[in-house]
Ligand binder design. Structure first.
Ligand code: FAD
Ligand code: FO1
Length: 455
């Protein structure tokens, strides 16, 4: 595989132990560069390869809804790895606490980790480098073009990163090799995991229930992709901003947990037998926009803070800090969808009841939180809290970036100045009405709320 996908985080002591892939962001067996690299290294060193996952019981406020989805998908991944005779290990606890011990008992020679720009993951890896004397290598298994190859700095917007990614796609949008199991790791006995037990003790606030509309795991993710390519890709550009049309791919929960690879999606879109111009809009989102989010979170440590906004946006929001807010709501009023705006309330209900708010509504939803909060900082905090509590795809670089775009003008430009927003792009109820049937969307989620109440 292309060695540019790998970064050496630290060299280590020389010993002949197994190679360990610490799976975290990319929780899949197929199309996973971190796993492929692990097999290559284990084969080269003639040692076993093992996969380890560390379950923590509090991850950025994740609830039962997200943990349940993740663990059901992970169970499937471990079953596929078992078919390849790759031993799997499931640890419970913070990786900083449980991994060093696992590395020492197994006398591992190399730890492989999958890339993730979130601060919590950087912290985990910094701590592990302190505590573990062995070699630690990082593989970007999430992006088609590895973040550190696409650009050495924070990009201004899609228009600046797009040419850089496009130029590199011929090199990095390559087919995945099939998994060649080596006979060295068959000597290493997999831990037997009682998944019914794991799921029974699933962490997370049980007041946010698992959703039924998404079936977790790589198998269903691939089915969902192929159904999207067959039935919806052609209409994607025309329908994707209509919250009443089910025009999106609905792949974000699977991308977030790594049940499917964005590279697999892009490769299969390229193969789809439809006109090339019908693919552009979707590839723009799933390649350029998604990889721009990782670029933002990687190069801007303040990706979820007011201080992470561009200077022009901070200046204009500061200038309008004391503007009168026509409406003001608390986090709880937002959470309970108790604003004066039935469209905003419907979007909140869509997220609460289905676990996935429509992409167009997410922009409107976040911008109205800015409009109806005391300060931009409070708006940011409320938007992140609600997004990460209810969205299946929450706690993701796409989310922090989407919210920073909506509230802080990240990857956007200045617009006509107005109260509260200053020059940050404004979105209005009237604007929404001109784009889609707002009443249909509102009534749909009123019905959903009544149904939710009956259950
Ligand atoms: P599709 O339209 O089918 O797009 C396919 C894929 O392209 C998505 O899964 C995603 O990986 C990528 N993509 C699409 N739109 C964007 C975008 N604007 N930015 C980055 N990548 C994009 N996305 C999340 O994954 N998690 C979140 O928590 C999240 N929160 C958001 C909050 C706000 C305020 C905004 C404005 C956007 C947010 N997004 C988030 C981005 C986007 O709305 C979702 O990725 C998309 O709606 C997911 O649905 P889909 O997979 O059906 O999208
Ligand atoms: N990653 C882990 O390595 N261990 C976990 O227990 C874990 C829980 C978790 C819960 C919800 C969620 O949305 C993500 C979670 N992740 C966990 C991280 C996830 O795999 C992704 O790496 C990041 O959230 C995306 O950058």
């Amino acid at each position: 595989m292309n060695p540019k996908r790998v970064r050496v985080l630290q060299n280590g002591i020389d010993r002949k132990g197994p190679v360990i892939y610490w799976m975290s962001r990319d929780q899949r067996a197929e199309d996973n560069w971190a796993l492929i690299y692990g097999i290559e290294e284990a084969t080269r060193q003639k040692v076993p390869l093992g996969v380890v996952f560390c379950l923590i019981d509090d991850f950025l406020g994740a609830t039962r809804r997200q943990f349940d989805f993740m663990l059901r998908g992970l169970r499937q991944t471990f079953e596929v790895l078992a078919d390849y005779k790759i031993p799997c290990f499931f640890l419970q606890g913070n990786p900083i606490d449980v991994l060093p011990h696992f590395i020492e008992t197994t006398q591992a020679s190399l730890l492989i980790t999958d890339f993730d720009p979130l601060r919590i993951k950087r912290h985990w890896k910094d701590q592990l480098m302190e505590k573990c004397p062995i070699a630690i290598h990082e593989v970007d298994a999430h992006n088609i073009v590895p973040v550190w190859i696409a650009s050495p700095k924070q990009e201004y917007g899609a228009y600046t990163i797009r040419p850089k990614i496009s130029r590199l796609l011929p090199e990095f949008l390559d087919e995945f090799p099939t998994i060649q199991t080596n006979d060295f790791h068959q000597s290493w006995q997999s831990q037997s995991i009682n998944w019914d037990d794991v799921l029974r003790h699933c962490p997370g606030d049980t007041s946010i229930l698992p959703v039924t509309q998404f079936i977790p795991g790589s198998k269903n993710a691939l089915q969902q992709l192929h159904q999207f390519l067959k039935e919806k890709l052609e209409l994607y550009d025309s329908q994707r901003n209509d919250p009443n049309a089910d025009g999106q791919s609905n792949l974000s929960p699977f991308l977030h947990f790594g049940h499917i690879s964005a590279q697999r999606i892009a490769l299969d879109v390229q193969k789809a037998s439809i006109a090339k111009d019908k693919k552009t809009a979707f590839l723009e989102e799933v390649v350029v926009r998604r990889e721009l989010s990782d670029n933002f979170c990687w190069y801007n440590l303040d990706y979820d803070r007011f201080s992470g906004f561009p200077n022009w946006a901070r200046a204009t929001l500061n200038h309008h800090r004391s503007d009168r807010r026509e409406y003001l709501y608390s986090q709880e009023e937002f959470e309970l969808a108790q604003t004066h705006d039935p469209l905003w309330n419907a979007a909140q209900k869509e997220m609460v009841y289905t676990g996935k708010m429509h992409g167009y509504m997410r922009m409107y939803w976040a911008k109205k939180i800015l409009e109806w909060s005391e300060t931009p900082e409070e708006a940011l905090q409320i938007a992140i809290y609600l997004n990460d509590r209810y969205e299946l795809d929450g706690r993701d670089p796409n989310g922090y970036t989407g919210i920073a775009w909506s509230i802080g003008g990240i990857h956007d430009r200045a617009w006509a100045e107005r109260p509260v927003f200053g020059k940050v792009r404004y979105m209005s109820y009237r604007g929404a009405r001109s784009k889609f049937d707002v009443d249909q969307y509102i009534s749909k989620y009123e019905a959903e709320e009544n149904r939710g109440r009956e259950e």
